[in-house]
Ligand binder design. Structure first.
Ligand code: GLU
Length: 551
């Protein structure tokens, strides 16, 4: 009786590994092409860190004419949720991160290296497990969970390293005959890897992001096939990334410490190891403490948050690239109009430790991104968002012609308006342009320098009676406000005012502010000339009336 008999008894139907080696040949790609993947578990939650990883993976594959695929790691069936896979597919799709291969819906995959769902690869893992057993590199372990507990308790009491290794690995030295007998007697078992490692030896490894690292060798006889016949993450990783011909494993740095084990698995399986790039997580400043963005505590950890808030996908991606490569910011400054697709991302420029997530900065990027959209784009995107999240805004957008005028204010020029950072802000930013909202609302009027009712009323009355003409061009319009200022004894030029402050109560800018506040209830708006053009005379009159009646 030898290892082969044992392997045959455990996995009688498993194919020879040569079958898979031939079925999934080396990919025919040009030199330097990066084959990489996003490999989430379908837990129903897509973390912004996962999006970050896939953005990086997608970009690198595209830049090198490589392949990016989506593999679903569903071997932990306890963690599974309904529609977990479609949720991931949808999230990537929403951000325009489209895999070349892999799962495309809850049940379907595309590409020649599938199945791309681990629970459908059981036979493949079993073939390789059989191969390892037949080589004496893996063995059945009959320890019960209680025995496992006992071992752990003893190790803890003696303050030694926990795990199934060395003298603690009870089943490692069971003879083939004994194992066969136990199996024939119906004892249950799992399959463990027989680690050739020694803890007192070190391995050196070069990580594409973290640089040179060294670790003690792995000496744990980890489980490779669980009682349910499915593999553990470690084993599946080695088999899948080998057979899917991954060149770069880009993943979260919580896996960095598994490197000794993973390299050992690749080696014992006779595979060439891929390159590894361990990405530092996105961090959050929590009252001075830096910690990982947490699914439980931080709403912005969920990719769905960005959809709910209406932060455009372009802004999120742009912001993530800022985090990824510090030279992105300079590139963006020099290439304001270019698509982020043209930015050359470099893995070796990724930061070794986790960058802080900065919502203020993200919203700032959002402002810039939205400022570059045409009025039509703003309209379309805001409407899609409103249909999902804000009925009132949806109604406001029904009059498309008017909405396009409102969004068109100060847009399409060199210095476009930058007041909207996300779709959830659209309503408050355009509400004052709608008579039915503005005129019926109890209004605060934050007048500034000129704030006596008498002066204000006079400005509003005189302006309409004497100066306002809706056919004026912008220069004439502004000259008239100067005239009005002059007539009321304010300085017609700010310069003039600054030179002789004692001579004037206020200047033309202050008069403008009165008009602006009376019109909109705000001190800060996009260009007032354009606002007046869009509102039209009738609305302006009503607004000034309302302002005058406000005491
Ligand atoms: N399923 C693993 C995770 O979600 C994948 C890690 C990897 O990319 O290999 O963390």
């Amino acid at each position: 009786m030898d290892y082969k008999d044992l392997a045959e008894l455990i996995f009688p139907n498993a194919k020879d590994i040569s079958y898979y080696e031939e079925k999934y040949p080396e990919r025919d790609l040009k030199e330097g092409a990066i084959v990489t993947r996003f490999a989430p578990s379908p837990t129903g939650f897509v973390h912004i860190g996962g999006l970050y990883q896939s953005l990086i993976a997608r970009k690198l594959a595209t830049q090198t004419d490589g392949v990016f695929f989506l593999r679903v790691e569903d071997t932990d069936q306890k963690r599974e949720v309904e529609n977990g896979i479609s949720g991931i597919v949808q999230a990537l799709n929403d951000f325009g991160i489209i895999p070349d291969e892999g799962m495309i819906s809850e049940t379907e995959g595309k590409g020649n290296y599938g199945p791309y769902r681990q629970s459908q690869r059981k036979e493949i893992y079993q073939s390789y497990a059989k191969y390892l057993i037949s080589q004496g590199k893996a063995y059945p372990c009959f320890c019960t969970p209680e025995e496992g507990e006992e071992i752990r308790a003893k190790q803890e009491a003696a303050k030694i390293r926990p795990g199934y290794y060395g003298v603690w690995a009870k089943c490692r030295n069971i003879t083939v005959e004994e194992a066969i007998e136990k199996i024939k007697n119906g004892e249950s078992y799992i399959i463990r890897f027989k680690s050739p490692g020694r803890e007192d030896r070190k391995i050196k490894h070069h990580d594409v992001i973290k640089g040179n690292v060294d670790f003690p060798e792995n000496d744990q006889d980890i489980v490779i096939i669980k009682a349910d016949g499915l593999p553990t993450y470690h084993f599946a990783h080695a088999i899948d990334d080998h057979l899917m011909r991954t060149t770069h494993v880009i993943r979260g740095d919580e896996w960095l410490s598994s490197i000794p084990l993973h390299l050992q698995l690749f080696h014992e399986l006779g595979f060439k190891a891929p390159k590894y790039a361990h990405i530092a997580p996105i961090m959050k400043n929590d009252n001075g403490n830096k910690r990982k963005l947490s699914k439980r505590k931080d709403s912005e950890a969920a990719v769905s948050y960005y959809d709910e808030e209406g932060i455009p996908e372009e802004a999120v991606k742009e912001y993530l690239l800022n985090i990824a490569n510090s030279n992105f910011e300079n590139w963006r400054r020099a290439n304001k109009e270019k698509s982020i697709d043209e930015f050359e991302l470099q893995l070796n420029k990724m930061s070794v430790s986790g960058a802080l997530f900065d919502m203020v900065k993200l919203l700032d990027v959002g402002k810039t991104v939205i400022s570059m959209f045409t009025a039509q784009e703003v309209y379309d995107r805001a409407l899609v968002w409103a249909k999902k999240y804000d009925k009132e805004l949806e109604e406001m957008l029904q009059d498309k012609e008017y909405a396009l005028k409102v969004f068109g204010i100060e847009r399409g020029n060199k210095k476009p308006r930058k007041d909207i950072s996300k779709w959830a802000e659209v309503k408050e930013n355009i509400e004052y342009m709608y008579d039915d909202k503005f005129l019926s609302k109890e209004q605060e009027y934050p007048y500034q320098v000129i704030n006596e009712k008498e002066d204000i009323d006079k400005i509003l009355t005189l302006y309409l009676e004497k100066y306002y003409d809706e056919n004026d061009d912008k220069q004439t319009w502004f000259d008239k406000i100067k005239e009005l200022a002059g007539e009321m004894g304010y300085a017609k030029e700010v310069k003039e005012f600054k030179a002789n402050p004692e001579m004037y109560k206020a200047h033309v800018g202050d008069v403008s502010t009165v008009l602006r506040v009376a019109l909109t209830g705000r001190t800060n708006t996009p260009d007032m000339y354009e606002i007046m053009q869009v509102l039209g005379k009738d609305s302006i009159e009503k607004r000034f009336e309302k302002a005058k009646n406000n005491n």
